[in-house]
Design a protein. Structure first.
Length: 389
């Protein structure tokens, strides 16, 4: 007998999981529910080409609509070119590709009033029953974690003339610093269109949108660019993880009789960048690789094991966040990031991919980082983050 699976939420993690299941488990009757008018909402997702390998790379590849063979970072006293490939996915393209893959498995403009392990109740009152239910409706507040934030507002703009960029600028930190560390992020889409994103690290997730719009306008003028058209705007706050009690986090993410959490709401993101695309692809393949009958408890157990393994492997990343936010002074954070980007490219690639060799971990910590020794020692235990909440 055909089994039913419902994915509530048509964002990044929900859609990648749906596509992986549609390709690998055609025996499952799959439905994706999305409250908005299109899958993916209004987002740009980016990642380094070295972040995904094998099947994860193949799963993500059709969604990529911008690719570059390198990127650059610029700080107060130096700039550096990297040959690591960089990729971006815009939500309009994401929607088109996903609909081509999923078709009538998708229901748009339907809002879930209640999501549980047995089904979804829509705001209209309609009840959809299923053997397995996945909750990909976006981030929620989780117990057992200490977070800081990478906040941003980005504008995709058309200029009156060419911008002159041939590759992304991941960090232009020559700008005035605010809240400890600020940079501008640039994605050149065509010769006269690009994404200009003002980004900064902060204690809280609230975004001062008008202030950031003003900063973007000032930055464009400083580069000699005249904005002819605002194509679209997006904003958000990416979580940066300082400390985690996995059992407490998972208990709040996946309560008894609840659906299986995916994406940010399951703690599945890079602790230092907040990027979630690589982890979303790996989670999707983890679920789609399951054989035999499906159920919410079975998939929940599989995702819990996967998330626990991710959290266990990312302890060094959380330590780096504690050193940055709790040991160093806010006005020295730009020096910490500048020093990191002077390290070997292979180290930086492994770091962003979540596969950092222990020798490279030591390489990051040795030398003379701009963090006082005794303050650094004080924040080594994860409990230090809980005390500083």
């Amino acid at each position: 007998m055909t089994q039913r699976l419902i994915i509530a939420g048509g964002g990044l993690s929900g859609v990648l999981t749906a596509v992986a299941l549609a390709e690998r488990r055609p025996d499952i009757d799959l439905t994706v529910l999305e409250a908005g008018p299109q899958l993916g909402g209004n987002h740009t997702w980016s990642f380094y080409a070295t972040d995904v390998r094998g099947e994860a790379r193949d799963l993500v590849a059709p969604f990529v609509n911008h690719a570059w063979d390198g990127y650059e970072c610029t700080f107060q006293d130096f700039g550096r070119q990297f040959s690591t490939g960089y990729r971006s996915v815009t939500s309009d393209h994401f929607h088109q590709v996903a609909m081509g893959r999923l078709g009538d498995r998708v229901r748009l403009g339907v809002k879930a009033a209640r999501i549980d392990e047995a089904g979804v109740t829509l705001e209209s009152g309609e009840r959809l029953e299923a053997d397995a239910v996945l909750d990909a409706t976006g981030p929620r507040e989780l117990d057992g974690v200490v977070l800081r934030w990478q906040k941003f507002l980005g504008q995709e703009v058309r200029l009156t003339g060419p911008h002159g960029l041939t590759k992304p600028t991941i960090m232009d930190a020559r700008v005035d610093q605010h809240d400890g560390y600020r940079f501008v992020y640039l994605l050149p889409f065509t010769e006269d269109t690009l994404m200009i994103e003002d980004t900064y690290y902060a204690e809280g997730a609230a975004i001062e949108a008008e202030q950031l719009r003003g900063r973007i306008a000032d930055y464009a003028r400083s580069r000699g660019w005249t904005i002819a058209e605002l194509i679209r705007e997006e904003q958000g706050a990416l979580p940066l993880l300082l400390s985690s009690d996995f059992d407490a986090m998972w208990a709040s993410a996946a309560p008894a009789h609840g659906a299986v959490p995916l994406g940010l709401r399951a703690g599945l993101f890079h602790p230092v960048t907040g990027y979630s695309l690589p982890m979303s692809a790996r989670t999707a393949l983890e679920i789609a690789s399951m054989t035999g009958p499906i159920s919410t408890p079975a998939i929940r157990a599989r995702v819990e094991k996967f998330a626990r393994r991710h959290m266990s492997r990312s302890g060094f990343d959380r330590l780096l966040n504690r050193l940055l936010f709790l040991a160093g002074e806010p006005d020295t954070r730009h020096r910490v990031l500048a020093r990191f980007h002077k390290l070997p490219q292979s180290l930086i690639e492994q770091f962003y991919a979540g596969r950092l060799h222990p020798a490279y971990q030591l390489r990051i910590l040795v030398g003379k980082p701009p963090v006082p020794f005794f303050q650094a020692v004080r924040v080594v235990p994860e409990s230090a983050a809980l005390q500083a909440r």
